[in-house]
Design a protein. Structure first.
Length: 233
């Protein structure tokens, strides 16, 4: 996906004119095979991360229900505090693992889209007449990926806010706040301090994860060198 910065990038279609019909056919078959491989890998990755998210949300629901049952059984006294901290800590750790996987998947998905956009450009090199029939991006640059992700609209904050990444981020930030607040109450026995610490930790976790996610996103663009861009098309 990246090119050596010491040498110029070469376009896939540079030698197409010299290919025979048989060679064109072979290249088309090889490109199609790679395209199907990328589609399968992308589908598997998306399915796996959605399953991970579903498992995590199930565990969060089960953990909170368990705390409710334990609270009723112990009258929220005795060993309930230790059990609550243990359950919340476990959920925070599982949430961190899930959150990392979600961000890794987002980066992987971007790479898959870049690769498939590059393959569409290769199809156009073989047969320029098919370009009007591609609705997805045909350049492996930022505008090309935006066309693939948002073919009929420009990307805005609503699409980011409604994503699965944002869902898991909000849930995990809330768990961090609950754990921090519970731990503060266990140490200081102050409701005010517990709420304050919980809110601060939740906001810090949310902002920190958002910064982490954008860092990974921009890292791809810093290391990726497009073979074809919108301005060249």
């Amino acid at each position: 996906m990246t090119a050596d910065a010491s040498g110029p990038a070469s376009f896939p279609g540079d030698d197409v004119a010299r290919l025979t019909d048989a060679q064109r056919s072979l290249r088309a078959q090889m490109l199609a095979t790679e395209h199907w491989s990328l589609l399968a890998s992308r589908s598997t990755t998306q399915s796996e991360v959605l399953t991970r998210i579903a498992i995590f949300l199930t565990l969060v629901s089960a953990g909170l229900v368990t705390l409710g049952v334990l609270g009723n059984a112990t009258q929220f006294s005795g060993w309930f505090g230790v059990a609550a901290l243990g359950v919340l800590f476990l959920l925070v750790v599982l949430g961190m693992i899930t959150q990392l996987r979600v961000f890794n998947t987002a980066t992987e998905d971007l790479v898959y889209v870049l690769a498939m956009n590059r393959l569409r450009a290769a199809y156009i090199d073989l047969d320029p007449g098919i370009e009007p029939y591609f609705m997805m991006g045909t350049t492996d640059d930022l505008p090309g990926t935006q066309q693939t992700y948002y073919a009929f609209a420009a990307r805005d904050r609503a699409q980011v806010f409604a994503s699965s990444m944002m869902l898991i981020l909000v849930v995990h930030a809330a768990l961090v706040g609950l754990f921090g607040g519970a731990l503060t109450y266990a140490l200081a026995a102050s409701v005010g301090w517990s709420i304050t610490v919980g809110v601060v930790l939740a906001v810090a976790a949310f902002v920190g994860w958002m910064a982490w996610g954008y860092r990974g996103y921009f890292t791809v663009w810093r290391t990726h060198q497009p073979l074809r861009s919108m301005r060249d098309a």
